[in-house]
Design a protein around this ligand. Sequence first.
Ligand code: XIL
Length: 331
Amino acid sequence: MPTEIPSLHAAFDNKFKIGAAVHTKLLHAEGEFITKHYNSITAENQMKFEELQPEEGRYTFEAADEIVDFAVGKGIGVRGHTLVWHNQTPEWVFQNASGAPASRELLLSRLKEHIDTVVGRYKGQIYAWDVVNEAIEDKSDLVMRDTPWLQLLGEDYLLQAFQMAHEADAEALLFYNDYNETDPIKREKIYNLVRSLLEKGAPVHGIGMQGHWNIHGPSIEEIRLAIERYASLNVQLHITELDLSVFQFEDRRTDLTAPTAEMAELQERRFEEIFQLFREYESSITSVTFWGAADNYTWLDHFPVRGRKNWPFVFDQHLQPKESFWRIIKG
Ligand code: XIL
């Protein structure tokens, strides 16, 4: 008799939500699989600025609406991703009518309009928003990432964005989201940024740790220190984009058609340890989202090496549970 496959999210039901990044095609093709295993979904791309407002005042909500309707219909939560980012944001946002850089006033009014429209549209249906994504610089001698938002608005843009989002939906939890969040230097920059926002009275309710990790690192200790540091600000923590690449970032091999036995084993061990750690901090961690749903599709198939297959999740290419699945639900 085949073993009954338990629901992934049910294994964590009184701890934290278990999410997947999705797109509308995936919901059409695998809606049942998603509903069985995940109780939170995030649009992988379809709520980004360029998708929602490709031209000034022309909103394209079809895909985003479908995702939210699917979730509401199934009683699944939605994490909104993302309002302010340097990527996937159209050029027009930062330019005035003659193509010169937009004034602070113009850009702020566009930001307010976008946030009011988008956050307002899904008021009460999106439990958490990544308000600002990746505003911190990776290079150790700089703090803020040099983006058009920073150039045209100054550091104040974060406070402004959080206030606008809070005005549009006072119930939604508002997050600052970033990657390399366990790197000790970047971790302190993120900590200081969120701390100073809180000191200014900004409605920041949580820190999103993206969790684009691999089977070798970061170490459990580094992840633990980051969780503790962020949690010390008394904000919620969401793991927002979890994937465990089988390759180190520098590894440029493209010849594998399946993970090696060593990769698979390391991944199983890492998934087990990482979820044990998440359980330890379940009073701070309220949501854990994978940046995909199963190994049949991941953005890592194209990044950082184009066309190189990756297998970063706990479900395989046929949506079947991998050994990692059994290890993490055990608890
Ligand atoms: C990625 C998507 O997965 C890709 O499909 C897209 O081509 C580029 O963006 N950090 C984030 C996510 O916050 O929005 C990114 O998603 C991955 C890195």
